[in-house]
Design a protein around this ligand. Structure first.
Ligand code: 6LW
Length: 503
């Protein structure tokens, strides 16, 4: 289905909402592909497809086998998979990424970006994060990492062809020169990086030179993008990649956050993928405004088929949106045991544990609601909003009882308890903006409750959203909403996720 562009209209930005940071993009013909970081979650590296740069459909996860993604039980949340680069070269897709929880830099290839992706080639000689791949005119493959340093590699064996050396470090004194991407554009090689750290000081800078290794001359207008100190609903802009559309126009994908509330502002959806137009002036990129709306591009739009609000668990394979911390063995998580239901079997005793059995999807809207029908006859489990092991809220069902729990840092507390008939029960959460109450207003509130047989919602406990924000919890991810097992075996008949209107 295609839609004619609306001249002068806008489309929503972020183009991929929710915890989808460190975007890397490439185009093959009329098709764009994009990947993001996935940290402690399995499967890893969501892969998206688009025909218009605006509407993106998740077509898989690049790392969907344990042989590709090892996340040991003791690996911390916000460890794991950082900052992939996706490129198309020589008829193949190439994906290079760091697993900071043990395996280091890894290279994967595929002929179809939806998968299957190869097993990893290890790059034992490359030690930085945020690896980039670029091929020069002679066919040499250059790997550039945060710092910023570079070395030639043999991408088929992972061997380094020499010693890595420093090529540019961005603004003198700036922290965290990272996220390098190298491009041949016109007569120059361009090296684009992020700097200033992934928080409010985040920025994108660029330099150019005569060869992939420089010497590099910084852009006089650096940083070419930053929202430091700028009044905008979109903050932390950085970690970007460039792509050219078939009509010759240039575009940037980047990460940014949407903080809300009073001071200091809290963001709860993690770092999201935004799109911005780019013009070239005197051989340097000038980035258009990054805000919550984007001028409609000058080509027909191809709206992606919406992910249905309800997952009935009627297919034997889970939709690629579903992710789990560290691993998801079939004996603990399956749709094959009870037809039309997701069955979870407890390992860890609660979401505080690294081996907790949890299957969730990213929260992608500032206001939304989730419902799930759980049969707890053989165990205990529920519906949770998770940031990490130390920051999560949940509503939990056991036969005849429902409880609401909050874990904030080292504190764990039971918020509410209520007897219910010993039968399947619909658990729910409504996430809505916190009503204004001055400078300390938080981002949102989460109301947990149960759906009664007549469809009405009985609230059992309301909790402040700020404690499930990155500004409180730290780390690199965002909220994930889903189902878990805490004891025995629990079955889920369906999961509903719907955006709610913002006031
Ligand atoms: C990533 C780095 C960054 O490796 O955060 O914002 C790190 N940029 O480039 C984790 O996403």
């Amino acid at each position: 289905m295609s839609e004619q562009p609306r001249p002068g209209g806008t489309v929503p930005n972020p183009v991929i909402p929710g915890f989808h940071p460190d975007p890397s993009v490439c185009r093959v013909g009329d098709d764009y592909y994009l990947v993001c970081s996935s940290f402690e979650y399995f499967p890893g590296i969501p892969v998206f497809h688009s025909r218009d740069l605006v509407h993106w459909t998740q077509i898989g996860n690049a790392l969907d086998r344990p042989s590709q993604l090892r996340l040991p039980l003791d690996s911390p949340s916000s460890g794991g998979i950082y900052a992939p680069t996706l490129r198309h070269h020589d008829g193949r897709f190439w994906l290079i990424v760091t697993n900071v929880s043990g395996d280091g830099n890894l290279l994967f290839t595929a002929t179809d970006p939806a998968g299957p992706w190869s097993d990893p080639v290890r790059l034992a000689g490359i030690h930085g994060i945020d690896p980039d791949l670029a091929w020069d005119e002679d066919g040499t493959c250059w790997c550039t990492v945060a710092g910023v340093s570079q070395v030639g590699i043999d991408p088929t064996t992972g061997e380094t062809l020499g010693e890595p050396y420093r090529i540019w470090s961005g603004a003198p004194g700036a922290i965290a020169p990272e996220a390098p991407h190298l491009y041949r554009i016109g007569e120059y090689w361009y090296l684009m990086i992020a700097e200033g750290g992934t928080e409010r000081g985040h920025a994108v800078s660029i330099a150019r030179g005569p060869s992939p290794s420089g010497p590099f001359e910084p852009c006089p207008a650096n940083p070419v993008l930053t929202h430091r100190g700028i009044a905008s609903p979109v903050q932390n802009t950085g970690h970007a990649d460039l792509v050219q559309a078939p009509d010759g126009s240039w575009w940037m994908v980047l990460l940014a956050v949407r903080p809300r509330g009073g001071t200091p502002g809290w963001h709860v959806l993690g770092r999201e993928t935004f799109l911005a137009p780019v013009e070239w002036v005197d051989g340097w990129p000038v980035v258009g405004e990054v805000t919550t709306e984007l001028p409609t591009p000058a080509w027909p739009l191809h709206p992606a088929p919406a992910v249905p609000a309800r997952d009935d668990f009627d297919r034997t394979e889970l939709h690629p949106q579903w992710i789990s911390p560290r691993e998801r063995p079939e004996h603990l998580c399956t749709t094959k045991e009870r037809s039309g239901w997701l069955t979870l079997r407890a390992a860890g005793a609660s979401l505080d544990e690294n081996d907790a059995v949890f299957v969730g999807r990213r929260q992608q809207h500032l206001a939304c609601r989730a419902r799930t029908l759980i049969d707890p006859a053989e165990g205990r489990g529920g519906l949770a909003v998770r940031l990490d092991e130390e920051h999560h809220y949940e509503i939990e069902a056991a036969p005849g009882e429902v409880k609401v729990f909050a874990r904030i840092g080292s504190l764990r507390t039971e918020v509410a308890a209520r007897p219910v008939p010993a039968a399947a029960v619909v658990l729910g959460v409504d996430i809505t903006p916190e009503p204004p109450r001055g400078p300390r207003t938080g981002p949102d509130v989460l109301t947990f409750g149960i759906e009664e047989p007549d469809g009405s919602f009985t609230a059992l406990g309301t909790l402040e959203g700020r404690y499930l924000s990155t500004e409180v919890a730290g780390g690199f991810t965002g909220r994930v909403i889903g189902m878990y097992a805490a004891a025995g075996t629990v079955h889920f008949d369906r999961f509903d996720y719907e955006p709610l209107p913002l006031p």
